[in-house]
Design a protein. Structure first.
Length: 255
């Protein structure tokens, strides 16, 4: 009697797994499997999508404003940049509103955060005023499984009146890229680092417009910039070569 059971189990294990995705359409949310079969979300099958917040972190009187957020490490962590008052960068477990740790950035003018999609590496880009009308950006990297001590830090040259820039971490956790502008040189400064903080490339770009948004390819090889003057650019992070540059007629947010 054991043989038929074993054969049946073996046959079942060889059946291909069916992937299911959630599609949001004008008429509602639906589960769609690999064969194209459609099922209304919330009916029998995969769990209905969650419509209420899983958790919240209220400022609790500290009067900060969350201006930057990133989900990383396969959804295990959330990182948030807090500005205006009691500035900080906080890392949370994906299912909890209590920070695993917070980095005190008191006095920062701007806080940008980024996480790796598939590793525990995270980064910040923080602007502080070093004189009236003169700001300086600092990039730092963190291990989200750690205690909040920076793995490494890099300070950009003073950028004058510019507080426009972004920090990004590649999905594989192998590259950190930070970009910020300078009114002193009329350039956007790009710095490319390994996960350990080694500077692997540094190039400064003529800035017809400062950075409004920036994104990084999954492998860290390409940098996508959206500038305030409506120009979109793609750069090779290994060589500093411009791969594409075109105007779209207005400023935009890149995704």
């Amino acid at each position: 009697m054991l043989i038929p059971v074993i054969l049946a189990l073996a046959a079942a294990s060889q059946q291909p797994a069916q992937s299911t995705r959630l599609e949001v359409r004008p008429e509602g949310a639906f589960w769609v499997n690999a064969t194209g079969a459609v099922q209304a979300a919330g009916s029998a099958g995969p769990a209905a999508p969650q419509t209420a917040a899983r958790w919240e972190d209220n400022h609790a009187g500290l009067a900060w404003i969350g201006q930057s957020a990133s989900v990383g490490d396969n959804g295990a962590v959330v990182m948030a940049g807090k500005e205006l008052n009691n500035e900080a960068a906080s890392v949370y477990a994906g299912g909890s509103g209590t920070p695993l740790f917070s980095v005190n950035l008191l006095g920062a003018e701007r806080v940008r955060v980024a996480t790796s999609a598939r590793s525990p590496l995270a980064a910040t880009l923080v602007y502080t005023a070093i004189a009236a009308g003169n700001y300086q950006a600092t990039a730092s990297a963190y291990d989200t499984t750690g205690t909040g001590t920076a793995l490494w830090t890099y300070t950009f040259p003073a950028g004058g009146g510019v507080v426009a820039g972004e920090v990004m971490v590649s999905a594989n956790g192998q590259r950190v890229v930070a970009v910020t502008g300078s009114t002193f040189t009329a350039q956007n400064m790009v710095r490319v680092f390994t996960a350990a903080g080694a500077l692997v490339n540094s190039f400064d770009l003529a800035a017809p417009g400062y950075v409004r948004q920036a994104r990084l390819s999954a492998d860290g090889g390409r940098l996508y910039l959206g500038l305030y003057n409506g120009l979109a650019e793609i750069w090779d992070t290994a060589t500093g070569a411009n791969l594409l540059s075109f105007g779209i007629g207005s400023s935009f947010d890149a995704h």
